[in-house]
Ligand binder design. Structure first.
Ligand code: PDD
Length: 280
């Protein structure tokens, strides 16, 4: 496997990073996950905008941002990606000795890591739907930044795995925010609800596409918090992300929704999303 690390394409075995890298010591970094359809990076300008925003909010000065797209395409060639690709890129503040919590006094350059892998399609999850569990949202109050500081998410996601669930949906002060790595949607009386853009959620690119589709197809969609105690009054649920696309939720904790069948509106949204991806 060839990766891009600190300005060089290297086999993974030769790719090293300093133990003093602030990404390693403090999770002082940001990241993006981007996929292709028809071998073309999906909604790359949106991912780039979000990355710029994350860098800006964390005050990481990364100058070579415009070169990332070409590096990803180059990695797809170098790794003989046969079908579709999933790219992961991470930029940390860089490496400095001694370890200091505040930014190093001397100027350092950010560390960059980019990898590309064959994308595993999760068709079964998308057809059959998935189980999710509810977990308390104990993350920080800047979830709008795509930070590599993910320990609360790692623990919640592990809990989901141990309970044979595909995702943990996070609840803060009785409100559903989002999943550990997905956005969450609920449907009632043909109206779709999802948490509003705020410090409490990451503005997912797939979420954005779903909102655009709702507008195009005149489906009523409201960016409002879903109250945990009201969950049972909704008819359908789904989660979205770059890799999960639109995945129906068929059970939440011990509640099986609609006899375990993916909802009607969810299925029609999946169909229009699929068409959009196919034509991309
Ligand atoms: N996760 N919310 C959170 C907290 C996320 O980490 C993600 C993405 C999303 C969905 O965003 P998008 O539609 O842009 O993928 C929402 C990526 C896939 C990851 O962690 O690798």
């Amino acid at each position: 496997m060839m990766v891009f690390i600190n300005n060089r394409f290297l086999p993974i075995e030769e790719a090293h990073i300093s133990p003093f890298d602030r990404g390693f010591l403090f999770a002082d970094g940001v990241y993006e996950s981007i996929r292709t359809y028809n071998k073309k990076l999906f909604r790359y300008p949106d991912h780039l905008d979000r990355l710029k925003r994350s860098l800006n909010e964390t005050r990481i000065e990364f100058k070579e941002i415009e070169s990332i797209e070409n590096i990803i395409y180059e990695l797809m060639i170098k790794n003989d990606i046969e079908d579709e690709a999933l790219a992961y890129l991470q930029i940390s503040r860089g490496s400095a000795i001694p370890r200091t919590h505040s930014f190093p006094k001397k100027k350092i350059s950010p560390s960059t890591f980019i990898s590309v892998q064959n994308l595993k399609e999760n068709t079964k999850e998308q057809t059959d739907g998935v189980k999710v569990i509810l977990q308390e949202d104990v993350r920080w109050l800047r979830c709008d930044i795509k930070s590599t500081s993910l320990l609360p998410v790692v623990l919640a996601s592990q809990k989901a795995t141990e309970e044979n669930a595909a995702e943990a949906i996070l609840v803060r002060d009785g409100m559903i925010t989002e999943g550990t790595h997905t956005n969450f949607f609920a449907i009632k009386n043909e109206t779709i609800y999802t948490a509003p853009k705020s410090r409490f959620i990451l503005e997912g690119i797939t979420r954005k596409v779903v909102l655009e589709l709702c507008e195009r197809f005149k489906i009523d969609c409201r960016e409002e918090f879903i109250v945990k105690d009201d969950l049972k009054s909704f008819d359908e649920f789904f989660i979205t992300s770059t890799t999960k696309e639109i995945t129906p939720v068929t059970s939440i904790d011990y509640w099986t929704i609609n006899n375990g069948e993916p909802g009607k509106i969810t299925k029609s949204l999946q169909a229009v999303f699929k068409k959009l991806a196919e034509d991309y």
